[in-house]
Design a protein around this ligand. Structure first.
Ligand SMILES: NC(=O)c1ccc[n+]([C@@H]2O[C@H](COP(=O)([O-])OP(=O)(O)OC[C@H]3O[C@@H](n4cnc5c(N)ncnc54)[C@H](OP(=O)(O)O)[C@@H]3O)[C@@H](O)[C@H]2O)c1
Length: 272
């Protein structure tokens, strides 16, 4: 019998590519997104079904999970992929942006995991693959504290859950990639700004410039990340954490090899 994967945030980027990859492998795909009525690509696959799911809406998450189980009979693997970035100086961030960062990147996976757990327990097992970032393992740039916070929290959530879900044969995996091409992440970043406070202007300009310049060879091929997710879902890899990409490996190696004070100053240097 075909296996079934439920993926959040499949309207673009990694989520969409992952949905297509698993459909091509013959899996049933519950492709969830906030606005399924706008989707035109995934509808071409007979083994992909679309479900409306905003990860911040507990009721909608529960409904979508129920509908996916009804449609496919089961869910074997869940990919918590939906995410966004709130960047900028913490002092300048709108209250709403702070809450939204947590709501999407942390509360979202919590909502999905809690909705799927009764099914996984009844099935005698399952797997959650949580899409983190190298920003979940280390800081790397200025003005990313909220995004860092959200991915560090996702890492803590995942690690903490290990102890209660392992006895139930429910596996947890973390994918920690850097920037990749072919997604809307940078376009969707919410920047905090306040024209009355100029103390963060220089850093903000530097960071916006860095984001605008990011591209080409600096970015990872998203298919590499899809390949990692595929290996985890199929059991080819059993790694709890998978770092993806040269930049991620380099950063984490540095973070682990020098005292934190030295790491922070090294990362700050290009912005001085
Ligand atoms: N791109 C990078 O540089 C990078 C690096 C490391 C980690 N990541 C992580 O990789 C994951 C995928 O991002 P991506 O690179 O593929 O960027 P992306 O193209 O912006 O994809 C993000 C997806 O999340 C969805 N989403 C946002 N808020 C949502 C909500 N409340 N409920 C449901 N879905 C929501 C978006 O849907 P809408 O179309 O409805 O907005 C979109 O489908 C994210 O968790 C991100 O944090 C990205």
């Amino acid at each position: 019998m075909s296996k079934t994967i439920l993926i959040t945030g499949t309207s673009s980027g990694l989520g969409k590519l992952t949905a297509i990859h698993f459909a091509k492998m013959g899996w049933n795909v519950a492709a969830t997104m906030r606005s399924p009525e706008k989707e035109t690509e995934l509808t071409a696959y007979s083994n992909i079904q679309l479900f409306r799911l905003d990860v911040t809406d507990v009721e909608q998450v529960q409904t979508a999970v129920k509908q996916a189980i009804e449609a496919f009979g089961t869910i074997d693997v869940v990919v918590n992929n939906a995410g966004m970035g709130a960047y900028g100086a913490l002092e300048l961030a709108e209250e709403q942006a702070i809450d939204w960062q947590f709501a999407v990147n942390v509360r979202g996976p919590i909502n999905v995991i809690r909705a799927v757990l009764p099914h996984f327990r009844a099935n005698g097992g399952g797997m959650f693959i949580n899409i983190s970032s190298y920003m979940g393992v280390t800081s790397a740039v200025p003005l990313g504290s909220l995004y860092n916070m959200s991915k560090f929290a996702l890492e803590g959530l995942t690690e903490g859950l290990y102890y209660e879900l392992k006895p139930l044969n429910i596996e947890l995996r973390l994918v920690e990639q850097g920037g990749s091409s072919g997604n809307n992440f940078i376009n969707n970043v919410v920047w905090s700004t306040n024209p009355d406070i100029q103390d963060y202007d220089r850093l903000t300009a530097q960071m916006k410039n860095l984001f605008e310049q990011a591209g080409g060879a600096d970015l990872d091929d998203p298919q590499t990340i899809v390949g990692v997710i595929s290996d985890l879902a199929t059991g080819k890899s059993t790694q709890f954490r998978t770092l993806v990409g040269d930049e991620a490996h380099e950063l984490v190696r540095l973070r682990q090899s020098v005292p934190i004070e030295e790491f922070l100053e090294t990362m700050r240097k290009p912005f001085m």
